[in-house]
Design a protein around this ligand. Structure first.
Ligand code: PXG
Length: 441
């Protein structure tokens, strides 16, 4: 195997990566097992981000590996249009059982971005089938992330994701304000007390456009990519009430929060607020095979089962929707989540993680720490004239000096421990991060 220095690093245009910076000192891993990555020299690195929020049960979970190996030998692919297969239906049944009672049906996608666009399309189709075709507007939120396809980008609220593509974003989208106001919420543990009233901005958007023209509101119950923003107390409940008042569908993007990360199967369970659609991906297969799913309430599925029976009710789908190998991984992942009591483990780990991450609160470079379930974010003060530099340096020091893979988004450090993490490893993660913070200017 050639080592990194011999590789043509321009051959691979990496996702969300500063390529020229990466090429100065490339960082590679080549193997993953349990809670660790290994590089080509066999160096072991602790994974403090559980993949990319994706691999909560650990890498190389034997049950999932076995299911994938068996499935790829038995049926590697199956046409999914007009013909189904046993693995897709088995996963759909399992998923619907795992989801809150209201959810009857799963539509399979291949990623969180596709789940976002699929959910928006289902919302439009639902209102049309319901005799309300004028409901075409969407409401997203500042600092929201719903992936990188045009629909998800349009309802998302991350400026760098949007600015290059702004002319091509879908029209008819408004954004709620985000919920994190430093002076009010900094250093919150769990849900902040302040900010529930920010949901009332939805009433203003309804007043502006008439709520009867809005198809759906889409939010992450806990905003993930933009730094872990737990919902203020009462916020999600108010969004739900306002949506109900105006006949608007509420979509929870649970690409990160589903499958145990908040100590319940879904964030909807944790916050006891029921959306109409739930978007998933990542943990659905424990990150092993790309797959996502949109979970749909029975009333939505039933409304769409109308028109001539020989006609396709929802004109939408992907070559790989319900891919058998991905489905086999998904079945094994849900089984393992239940059998291993993952939600209970997360509930027990949450206070341990909370204490560990907040141990950074006294560091002079730290301006905020926040957490909920096994999701945590730490803001560090940007270096004058070089925003994002400190975060990037912490990432590199952790990788090279501390054998730790963590994630930074500019000057926000993000943590997504394994759902079955060892408490000692959680403590060790933040000791390493503190040493890295001490080293940077
Ligand atoms: N919705 C949410 C809430 C996400 O977190 C997506 C949609 C898109 O999923 P795909 O599978 O299309 O990437 C995501 C993805 C981070 C980070 O640093 C998070 C994601 C992606 C990249 C970085 O938190 N989540």
């Amino acid at each position: 195997m050639p080592d990194a220095s011999n590789r043509n690093l321009d051959a691979h245009w990496m996702p969300f990566t500063a390529m020229r910076d990466f090429k100065k000192r490339p960082r590679f891993v080549s193997r993953a097992q349990g809670h660790y990555y290994y590089d080509e020299d066999g160096r072991q690195l602790y994974d403090s981000f559980a993949g990319l929020w994706s691999s909560g049960l650990g890498h190389g979970h034997p049950k999932i590996v076995e299911a994938v190996q068996r499935q790829v030998a038995e049926m590697d692919y199956a046409i999914g249009f007009q013909v189904s297969h046993t693995k897709a239906i088995e996963l759909a049944e399992k998923l619907v059982d795992f989801a809150p009672d209201e959810f009857s049906t799963a539509f399979f996608t291949n990623s969180g971005s596709e789940s976002a666009d699929t959910s928006l399309k289902i919302a439009l189709a639902y209102h049309r089938a319901n005799g309300e075709p004028q409901r075409t507007r969407f409401v997203g939120r500042a600092r929201g992330y719903h992936g990188t396809n045009f629909g998800g980008m349009s309802v998302g609220g991350i400026t760098p994701n949007r600015k290059t593509f702004s002319a091509a974003l879908i029209p008819g989208v408004d954004h709620l304000p985000h919920t994190w106001v430093h002076e009010k919420n900094a250093f919150s543990k769990g849900q902040p007390q302040w900010g529930g009233h920010l949901a009332d901005e939805l009433e203003d958007i309804c007043a502006l456009h008439d709520g009867g023209n809005i198809a759906a509101v889409i939010v992450e119950p806990v905003a993930g990519s933009t730094g872990i923003l737990p919902p203020p107390v009462g916020y999600l409940e108010r969004l739900r009430e306002i949506c109900d008042r105006h006949g608007i569908l509420l979509i929870f993007d649970e690409v990160i929060t589903a499958f145990g990360r908040l100590g319940e199967p879904f964030a909807a369970d944790r916050f006891n607020v029921m959306p109409d659609l739930i978007n998933t991906a990542k943990g659905l297969t424990n990150g092993v095979i790309p797959m996502g799913a949109v979970l749909v309430q029975k009333k939505i599925y039933e409304a769409l089962m109308s028109g001539p029976e020989q006609m396709i009710e929802l004109f939408h789908g992907y070559t790989y929707s319900g891919h058998p190998v991905a489905a086999a991984a998904g079945i094994a992942a849900i089984d393992a989540t239940i059998e291993e009591g993952i939600c209970q483990q997360v509930r027990e780990l949450e206070p341990i993680f909370e204490e560990a991450i907040h141990s950074l609160a006294d560091h002079p470079k730290v301006t905020d720490v926040r957490n909920i379930g096994l999701m945590g974010g730490v803001d560090i003060a940007p270096r004058e004239g070089a925003p994002g530099m400190r975060g990037s340096e912490v990432h590199k020091i952790c990788f090279w000096d501390e054998d730790l893979v963590m994630r930074n988004s500019a000057d926000n450090l993000q943590f997504s421990p394994f759902l079955n993490a060892r408490p000692d490893d959680i403590a060790m993660t933040f000791e390493k991060v503190r040493r890295a913070l001490d080293k940077i200017e």
